[in-house]
Design a protein around this ligand. Structure first.
Ligand code: ACO
Length: 321
């Protein structure tokens, strides 16, 4: 038994923030942001728009694409680092919105790797015969936890959601997923407060995403390069067989460095960073959906998804679409 992608969907909030808009309130420029990151604009959730709102829109679009009804879904797995509440989890809130009752519904917290982690878990449920039709979502509203006075981080992060419906199938589908984490790097990229920390920094206004950008950059390039090589070798395939690399959209320079390392021409890489920014767990499924909907990614092609995030966490998925 395997799982296969039956449909994809995505959602971006209406509000667009351009580099020029950001340059009005921090000391930066369109030129600096574009050159260093590849980002031109990003979508930002409205004040009353939550991660579940974004997830619901993406999920409904993926379900319509797959031709499935709420009653068909028997597992909901959401990758997110920005839940509406600490409980109920976003998976459960999404389940209620969709009018689904009783199936397992949960969230996975792995920062920007959240979608790959969620996909890997849902795939295992399907392979074990414990689910036949799983809804997998990556959704984040990182704009709500960024310090908008910190030019080193606020230009990078953005909001969005992407979703896939996985159905049980006799042929793959998802051929392999590979997950990794290393907590020794916890201080290089983090949000510095939480429940058991007493929300002290949230209360005194100093809670924010903190990042040592150049160290994250170096680690991401090395690690993702190794991850791609490891995924190809574990599946006994060569880079030439991959039709599309669908990477986490954190920085165009990271994406280009990985493509170069594995000798993959950029015209076989799906890049959405210019319009989306870094949407965290949403970035990979947003890019996947964009490539499918604009006709570049076609049925039968071989896709390599990869992501990297705070923790550090990282992972890949090799998929016959
Ligand atoms: N506008 C103008 N200048 C800036 C800005 C800005 N927005 N941000 C930083 N600078 C300045 C710095 O202050 C520094 O100035 P100085 O030389 O006078 O000290 C200079 O630009 C260079 O700063 P660096 O940090 O060395 O710039 P770098 O080329 O490394 O680019 C960046 C920074 C874009 C953040 C890069 O390091 C990067 O992309 N790192 C990886 C980040 C990443 O991928 N994060 C997400 C991981 S996924 C997740 O889990 C969320």
């Amino acid at each position: 038994m395997y799982s296969k992608i039956a449909g994809t969907g995505s959602y971006l909030p209406e509000k667009i923030l351009t580099n020029a808009d950001i340059a009005k309130f921090v000391d930066t420029s369109d030129e600096w942001i574009k050159t260093r990151t590849g980002i031109s604009q990003r979508h930002i959730a409205a004040e009353d728009e939550t991660t579940t709102d974004l997830a619901e829109a993406a999920a409904r679009s993926a379900m319509a694409d797959a031709g499935v009804e709420p009653k068909d879904i028997d597992l909901i797995c959401v990758g997110t680092a920005t839940p509406d509440f600490l409980f109920p989890n976003v998976g459960t809130l999404l389940q209620e919105r969709l009018g689904i009752h009783g199936c397992p519904a949960f969230s996975v917290e792995a920062a920007c790797s959240g979608f790959i982690y969620a996909l890997s878990m849902a795939d295992k449920f399907v392979r074990l015969g414990e689910a036949k039709c799983a809804l997998v979502v990556g959704a984040d509203t990182l704009s709500k936890m960024v310090d908008w006075k910190d030019r080193a981080t606020c230009v990078l992060f953005a909001d969005g959601a992407g979703a896939v419906v996985l159905k049980a199938a006799t042929e793959p589908g998802i051929m392999s997923t590979r997950l990794h984490a290393d907590g020794r790097y916890k201080d290089l990229l983090l949000y510095n407060d939480g429940v058991s920390k007493g929300f002290k920094k949230v209360r005194d206004g100093t809670a924010a995403v903190q990042m040592k950008g150049s160290e994250v950059y170096k680690f991401a390039v090395n690690t993702l390069g190794q991850l791609v090589t490891e995924t190809l070798s574990a599946n006994n395939i060569s880079q030439a067989e991959i039709d599309w690399l669908i990477p986490h959209q954190a920085n165009i320079r990271i994406i280009e460095a990985i493509a170069k390392r594995i000798d993959m021409p950029m015209d076989r890489v799906i890049v959405t960073i210019a319009g989306h920014g870094n949407t965290s767990a949403a970035s990979v499924p947003l890019a996947l959906d964009a490539g499918i909907k604009d006709g570049r990614i076609r049925r039968g092609q071989l896709l390599l998804l990869e992501a990297f995030g705070g923790g550090f966490t990282w992972g890949s998925a090799l998929i016959r679409y």
